[in-house]
Design a protein around this ligand. Structure first.
Ligand SMILES: Cc1cc2nc3c(=O)[nH]c(=O)nc-3n(C[C@H](O)[C@H](O)[C@H](O)COP(=O)(O)OP(=O)(O)OC[C@H]3O[C@@H](n4cnc5c(N)ncnc54)[C@H](O)[C@@H]3O)c2cc1C
Length: 388
């Protein structure tokens, strides 16, 4: 996005990428349908960035969701808004968008050089790269670093750039997983039978916070939107205490009283599982989860059973690490860059995207802020070059 902004202003632009191809994390995001942005009012949207909201607001306001949608549509990727308010390309893929985008960048004259791993600066102020042909150095009138966070390191953004930057005096916050799964210490039986199965439209709460949405059972615990929504708070608690309890409401749209009445009408002769299936349409995985949490102590009276369904207590034993987290918290602290995203310690160097220290839940907020800061960093550089 930064390259597109620069080249449109007539600036010769080269993208250096350490991997054999660009956009690998974008392609991975496409596996989940590529949630580009969100349709909620801008004020609420910006609040999703939590402590970083105030700092990110000007960039997102200057390149808001509507502008991102117009940009995607300009690349031949019409979008739709899901029932959750999330915005996706109709193709539900990243590859057509990335293909069209790379073709456009090439037409505009952006040169993309792959297998070029940036290593820092030479004493003469040049950019140093490790390349298949050996070390290389290049000079530039301006630099935008958009090296990503540290989640899913095998896609390229492995955070190895932190050393090169820390050497230049920029203060960094350590990387931590964000939007990651939680470990629940399932019994082998439950994990084998139910791993991969969805828990649709549930509510979950822990440590005074709650979220609604879907989750999926994994071999080690739970993943999915409802978990990601709580994951930053869960991570902080786990780091301090090592465990917590997540209460899952399997029927958030019905009160305990309604559930009790429906269970009371169930046929007395039916097994508990059959009553739950017939009276409340609980799926096998939902019944399995109830039994996993309560074991033999699963209550039998309608009132108690209803209350158990409204708060299935799951003991969490950890969170997933950076390898499989959707995003990361940490990176270059926002007080290290000026309003144009220029690094205070290194004038002429601008930063964008997830390498800056902000985090947000899933919902399109990650890509929106990455794109918006990419644009803002390029505009900052254009101003410095006297081109804006
Ligand atoms: C599984 C998954 C699903 C996701 N789904 C969504 C979603 O639906 N919606 C959403 O908003 N967000 C989603 N995200 C997050 C989103 O993809 C990222 O927040 C976004 O890609 C960050 O953009 P970026 O440009 O800052 O970094 P990246 O996209 O990580 O790009 C950084 C690039 O820099 C390169 N690089 C790193 N170090 C060097 C170096 N030293 N020299 C040269 N090149 C280097 C990397 O190889 C990489 O190509 C998802 C992420 C994952 C992992």
């Amino acid at each position: 996005m930064a390259a597109e902004t620069l080249v449109r202003a007539g600036v010769a632009t080269t993208v250096y990428e350490k991997m054999p191809s660009v956009g690998r994390k974008l392609l991975m995001a496409g596996r989940g349908g590529l949630n580009l942005t969100h349709s909620e009012p801008l004020e609420r949207f910006i609040a999703r960035y939590g402590p970083a909201a105030e700092r990110l607001a000007p960039y997102v306001e200057a390149f808001p969701p509507a502008a991102l949608i117009a940009w995607a549509e300009g690349l031949g990727q019409p979008v739709f808004t899901g029932t959750s308010g999330r915005v996706f390309p109709k193709s539900l893929k990243a590859s057509p968008l990335l293909r069209a985008w790379l073709a456009r960048l090439s037409e505009l004259g952006v040169e993309i050089r792959t297998r070029q791993a940036w290593q820092g600066w030479s004493e003469a102020g040049g950019l140093r790269f490790a390349t298949p042909e050996g070390p290389a150095e290049t000079q530039a009138d301006g630099v935008i670093l958009a090296l990503g966070g540290a989640s899913w390191p095998r896609l390229g953004s492995d955070g190895a750039w932190t050393e090169a930057l820390a050497g230049s005096g920029a203060a960094l916050a350590p990387f931590r997983p964000s939007n990651m799964g939680v470990c629940a210490g399932w019994t082998v039986l439950f994990a084998e039978r139910f791993a991969g199965q969805p828990l649709k439209n549930i509510a979950a709460s822990a440590e005074g916070r709650s979220a609604r949405g879907d989750a999926v059972v994994t071999r080690y615990g739970l993943e999915g939107g409802v978990i990601y929504g709580l994951s930053a708070g869960l991570r902080d608690v786990m780091e301090a205490r090592g465990e917590t309890v997540l209460n899952v409401d399997l029927r958030p749209d019905a009160s305990a009283g309604e559930l009790t009445a429906r269970l009371a009408r169930a046929r007395a002769g039916d097994s508990a599982s059959n009553q739950l299936r017939k009276a409340l349409r609980l799926s096998h995985v939902e019944i399995g989860l109830l039994r996993e949490a309560h074991g033999l102590a699963l209550p039998t009276g309608p009132g108690e059973l209803a209350r158990a369904i409204k708060a299935v207590p799951l003991r969490l034993t950890g969170v997933q690490g950076l390898e499989r987290a959707i995003s990361s918290a940490g990176g270059v602290r926002l007080d290290q860059v000026d309003a144009d995203l220029m690094l205070n310690a290194r004038p002429g160097v601008f930063l964008a995207g997830e390498m800056l220290d902000w985090e947000a839940p899933t919902g399109g907020y990650l890509l929106q802020a990455s794109f918006a800061t990419g644009r803002a960093a390029a505009e900052g550089l254009l101003k410095r070059l006297g081109r804006l």
